[in-house]
Design a protein around this ligand. Structure first.
Ligand code: SAH
Length: 360
């Protein structure tokens, strides 16, 4: 009890910790490099620290708070890691390999307080916010599993905050984690390689807009009018489309070179995917001057007890064509890892058919 979790600390806080421990300041830099740069999550591996200091660290501090419980590998190569916090809450991260670059999808909360009707994570409710260290540790754990402990992080690893939870309801910890991960002595994953997805926490979109360094932004929309969005994403009753779009427009006008801004739209067969919905969506975007924002169409990933079904391939194409005919470009996201409950909206600490042996 009471051990200090060092992956939570930035360089300045580590310096304070080291100072309080009566050690020379350069030890702070060593610890930072070991944790984040070499991805060492145990003090015993940190052989550049004196043995006596390592023993002291083991007594007073900890480098890990997550434990991998299960690891699933999909037939398409996607890997899902089901971890537990030190106090027993589930945390999930997903590794998604593609030809050009790999993506790690991480969670910002254990469970989620939002009640999106098509999402399995919602069924868990909010268990708790994850700490900065717990966010960073997910990425370290996945990288070590895929590339080997400490092995060079291949350039091109992207991060998406699209796992369990609503990132903008854990804003401070998330931003601090992104800052730690961007550090060139650490993981060195810069904001340009990160996308944060929000269900539409309007005041936080505004706060995000004001950030000096920020990742790409995605907003989950999934309906072209308030009536339907109220049902599918109850957060809409708090901040409706009008308010959401006001913030989105401010963000759009603050866009800097190279930044990406997308809307996500989960396609639910017969519910929000008809020709009429596509026309309404395009009109809505055009009316607000947001037609330049790219749309990511996400085919619904079903899982018990969700009652929605995916759109037919034909309807997905029609939806995309109708948007295009009104000047809105949309991409269809290929589902990954469905067979192991690793796809969007499927993270609910579910057991899949065949867990693969845990490596550590
Ligand atoms: N809370 C944030 C981030 C997590 S969800 C958000 O809502 O954006 C990441 C994406 O998965 C969101 O776009 C969400 O709409 C989508 N999603 C949720 N459940 C899904 C499901 N069953 N099938 C496909 N996509 C889903």
């Amino acid at each position: 009890m009471g051990k200090i979790h060092l992956t939570n600390l930035n360089e300045r806080e580590l310096a304070e910790f080291v100072e309080n421990a009566g050690e020379p300041l350069f030890r702070a830099r060593q610890i930072f490099k070991n944790l984040h740069g070499r991805r060492q999550l145990s003090f015993d591996e940190m052989t550049d620290l004196p043995k006596r200091f390592r023993a002291k660290l083991n007594e007073t501090a900890t480098a890990t708070s997550l434990r991998v419980e299960k690891r699933y590998v999909s037939e398409d190569g996607t890997r899902r890691f089901l971890m537990k916090t030190h106090d027993g809450y589930p945390v999930e991260a997903v590794f998604i390999p593609t030809e050009n670059r790999d993506t790690i999808c991480f969670s910002s909360q254990s469970g989620c307080p939002l009640k999106c009707d098509f999402c399995l994570t919602a069924k868990l409710g909010l268990l708790r916010n994850l700490t900065t260290g717990e966010i960073v540790e997910q990425i370290i754990t996945v990288l070590n599993d895929v590339y080997g402990a400490g092995a060079e992080t291949p350039h091109g690893t992207n991060l998406v905050a699209m796992g369990a939870g609503e990132p903008f309801l854990n804003f401070e910890n998330l931003i601090k984690a992104l800052d730690l991960m961007a550090n060139e002595n650490g993981l060195h994953i810069v904001p340009n390689r990160v996308t944060v997805s929000t269900a539409g926490i309007v005041p936080k979109i505004r706060e995000f807009t004001r950030l000096e360094k920020r990742p790409h932004l995605a907003i989950s929309l999934s309906a072209p009018n308030d009536e339907l969005r109220d049902k599918l994403m109850p957060i809409n009753r708090k901040w409706n489309i009008e308010e959401l779009f006001a913030a989105a427009k401010e963000f759009q006008s603050s866009l800097r070179r190279g930044e990406r801004f997308t809307f996500e739209y989960v396609l639910l067969g017969g519910v929000n995917d008809t020709d009429e919905h596509a026309r309404k969506l395009a009109n809505l975007l055009n009316r607000h001057g947001l037609e330049k924002v790219k749309i990511n169409l996400i085919p619904h990933n079903s899982a018990e007890p969700l009652e929605y079904k995916p759109s037919t391939a034909e309807q997905v194409e029609r939806f995309q064509d109708i948007l295009a005919s009104k000047g809105v470009s949309a991409f269809v996201r290929r589902p990954r890892g469905r067979d192991i409950y690793a796809a969007c909206g499927q993270l609910a600490a579910k057991d899949a058919a065949a867990p693969v042996q845990i490596t550590r």
